[in-house]
Design a protein around this ligand. Sequence first.
Ligand SMILES: [Zn+2]
Length: 520
Amino acid sequence: MAYVLYNATLHSSRLNRDEADAVAVSGGRISAVGRTDEVRRRAGKGASEIDLAGRSVVPGFIDAHTHLIPESLAKIRFHLGDVRSPEGLLERLRERVREVGAGEAIVGEGWDDSEWGGGYPGREELDAVAPRNPVVLRRVCGHLAIANSRALDAIGEEWSEVDRTAGVLRGMVALQVNRIFPPSREDLIRALRYAEELAFASGVTSVHEIASRGMLQLCMEERERGTLRLRMYFTLPRGDVESARQDGLAAGTGDEWLRIGGSKIMADGSVGAKTAALLEPYAGDQENRGMLLHSDEEMAEMVGRFHGDGCQVLTHAIGDRSVRQVVGAYERVMGAGGNALRHRIEHVEMADPADLERMARLGIIACMQPNFVVRWGRRGGMYEALIGEERLRTSNRFRTMREMGIRVAFGSDCMPVSPLYGLDGAVNHTNPDESLSLDEAVECYTAEGAYAAFEEGEKGRIEEGSVADLAVLSGNLLEVERPSDLQIMTTIVGGAVVYGALPGGAESLSDFSVDTTKTA
Ligand SMILES: [Zn+2]
């Protein structure tokens, strides 16, 4: 069934709003874009017509950096974000023990001792409440967890930073809890469905998901069954890449629903934890410049290996010192062909102008988080406290970087998943010189994300032949002060309404099932 959205305010790169206010959708693709009369005529008599009364329509947002399935798993599994005391934490555990069978592992997430001024239960207290189930409860940051004796018995000697007396796990072992106590298949499927709902409610139709091999497996099975509804470009952490390759899952394979992306490397930590590697010390902390996770040699070796395998590399680099290291490593592997594998740097919150010049010259893609500007980059916020006024002004340089010719794709890193919230930071940067126009910001959240995943021929623009992934907003973006003053009214994937409804004729459209049958 075909339909026409007309009287719309369209936002898409390469589209002139004065010449187009209607979109026709047919067979899951955009079949026409242009003036209402012409698009109606081309769509033919059978097409439903929906008057959007001037509302904005954008290409379905492409969130170019997510950990949506792990985040969703944390939410649906055993979420402790509402706990307000150590006693409350133990009480919730007591309830959980009654719900699950004896022996079943209990993995909880999200408690935050800063809610009650610090301190948390240890091994003995957990043992008293749960003597028969392995229990691991991870702090909201993910980098620390508490565990009981049963759980500690199951954690092998190969893991370091395990305090077996206190029952505290730190660093890698805490981050990798799902590897030691894998979630059930049921939980994973529930997490995936939750992730899809979360994305669709935000107008997101594609994500560049960074998650484990096990989660990729689940998505592949869902894809096989035709039940995957959110489009994914799936990137694996570097430790999972080799096994995936042995299973024949090379970068770039897949289809318009699920494609294998690159491999993820971490170069440094975060500003908040003062572990992002900086060229100059943190504000008021002369000894501390953060830390690089690898030597220059190690970084070059890892990048070289993935590059040699024809695999895109996505490297997390937040501080200006780590950005310099990663640019150097990329530069070493790139020949005259330039950045054919579209290697990316994730975050790039701080960067020396000379390194930005090199990124531009080499064609290195930046995946950035405009929501960080809103969350941490305002006056008196976390950036200013930790890196000072001067470096606050030169952080997250959207405009400077684009003007240099660097391609900038926006992603949320799930903090939170909400492009409209992120767009606030892009169009109203704390340093006005770094603000983007609305259309530029939308381009970063759509077409540039498609480019960063080799999918620019398929999606990211409102143009004929593209997949019909669209988000309809509750009003006109050109008429509001901040993008987040509007809500997502309708999200459309492959022509089908997956969230909300369209005005008039809406019921019939929401009946559409997504056509995910394999075409190739
Ligand atoms: Zn991330």
